[in-house]
Design a binder for this molecule. Structure first.
Ligand code: PGA
Length: 228
């Protein structure tokens, strides 16, 4: 069986450094390393260095800038992320597309910058058409992880049905090939995670709300481990 990904997206949470640190420590205690399950925690930039101990999970960022350094006030470059031992970067999340008006050409630049610096981009899409523009000019598309996240399912507690999600998964595979890593995101929890992997055929999940609760997130990971 292929390696399964469980990616936690903390979004703009928690508010205090103390809580972020506590979350890191408790997660690290609750997660055991497993060759077949890649757990990735994506906190806000300001907490990326919070957990300095040896962690049982990989670290990712929620965004990046495509230039290495320079006159770009407020931006964080892929080189900076690489220096912080980040391995993954979430790109083009629907909340950034909505609130920051992030468009596919910008998303495409960010993906290319990640690949150039040896970071794995996780491209979030809610429409198949976003694949073409987001991946424009990228030769080795299999280096990009795709996360299909239907907007209606994000943060609502109303996950997509396994059958609908499976149809989209197959469409993405038709476009990018069977080797592409494709995740599902949108109200994933400990009760539905197995369905998205076994019934819908995804190679993992992108988890928002439930990644902020140690018990929920570790249960999701344990359910995935039981599949292997
Ligand atoms: P959710 O968020 O699990 O809270 O729906 C998922 C996401 O936005 O990545």
């Amino acid at each position: 069986m292929k390696k399964i990904f469980v990616v936690g997206n903390w979004k703009c949470n928690p508010v205090s450094f103390k809580r972020a640190k506590r979350l890191f420590v408790l997660l690290n205690k609750g997660i055991q390393k497993n060759r077949k399950v890649e757990v990735v925690v994506c906190p806000p930039f300001v907490y990326l260095q919070t957990y300095e101990g040896k962690s049982n999970f990989s670290i990712g960022a929620q965004n990046c800038f495509w230039k290495k350094k320079g006159l770009f006030t407020g931006e964080i470059s892929t080189s900076m992320l690489k220096n912080l031992k980040c391995k993954y970067v979430i790109i083009g999340h629907s909340e950034r597309r909505k609130w920051l008006k992030e468009k596919d050409d910008i998303i495409n630049k960010k993906i290319k910058a990640c690949l150039k610096r040896g970071l794995t981009p996780i491209l979030c899409i809610d429409k198949i058409s976003q694949l073409k523009s987001g991946l424009n000019g990228i030769v080795n598309k299999s280096r990009v992880i795709i996360a299909y996240e239907p907007i209606s399912a994000i943060g609502t507690g109303k996950a997509f049905s396994f059958s609908k999600a499976k149809k989209i998964n197959l469409k993405i595979k038709k476009f990018l090939g069977n080797r592409q890593v494709i995740l599902y995101g949108g109200s994933v929890n400990q009760n539905n995670v197995v369905g998205f992997i076994k019934e819908s055929g995804f190679q993992g999940v992108l988890v928002g709300t439930a990644s902020l609760e140690v018990k929920d997130f570790t249960q999701i990971i344990n359910r995935v481990k039981n599949l292997i």
